[in-house]
Write a protein that binds this ligand. Sequence first.
Ligand code: APR
Length: 248
Amino acid sequence: MQSAAIVAARIARARHTLVLTGAGISAESGVPTFRDAQTGLWSRYRPEDLATPEAFRRDPALIWRWYEWRRGLVAAAAPNAGHRALADLARRVSLTLVTQNVDGMHQRAGSPGTICLHGDLFRNICSITRLAIEPEWIAAHGDEEPPPSPHHPDGYARPGVVWFGENLPQDALDAALAAARRCDVVLSIGTSGMVHPAAGLPGEAQRNGAWFAEINPQRTALSDGADLVVADTAARVLPAIVAALSGA
Ligand code: APR
């Protein structure tokens, strides 16, 4: 796979590599991408209409049930060859992995220090104080949708993810920007490049002299700016890059 060899050669010469991933890297694990059509009873809703503070205020039970459904989907899925290849890559080169995904697949595949820009599907926080709520509390109040918050009398448990209109965790964003400013290679994998500030990371890296490759079967908002577009899936390209790196 010629493109994988080109990317591998660039990574081999790089002092540091930044990898940005989106929902597409989890598609081959059977986790629907964010803009995939929703299935079953959720098909009549658009994610953009559910993943908002307003939607939660309006109908906390509906939003809690939607996230419980998504947690079930993700828990039943497993990291794929793309996730595993990135974990392998981190053992071979200096790499920062930044993900927009909340599915925890990179962490389950063994990627160390994954920067989660949009939070974690399996964490719960108080809807008012945003303080973390422990799994034991959720289990003890599992019959309530959503469970009440232990941190505030008017609060509920809500998923620890970034909703539309909410700010990203500043420490995660700062770490991602720092990596963009010091990397020599930046890879964008499985993201449509439609949501900022995540989508701005490859451009920020290029402005600091980095070489930018995109891995995605479809063209995206980032494709025109890429130095190389690999029009293929993550589960095929990433293992080929690792193989090329190890000279296999
Ligand atoms: N390998 C690589 N890319 C793939 C694969 C695959 N096997 N399958 C699909 N893709 C690509 C699609 O072509 C698409 O460009 O993954 C991308 C998924 O795009 P989105 O569904 O828009 O997901 P993402 O880019 O992660 O969304 C970013 O937007 O909605 C918010 O917070 C949400 O984190 C999400 C953010």
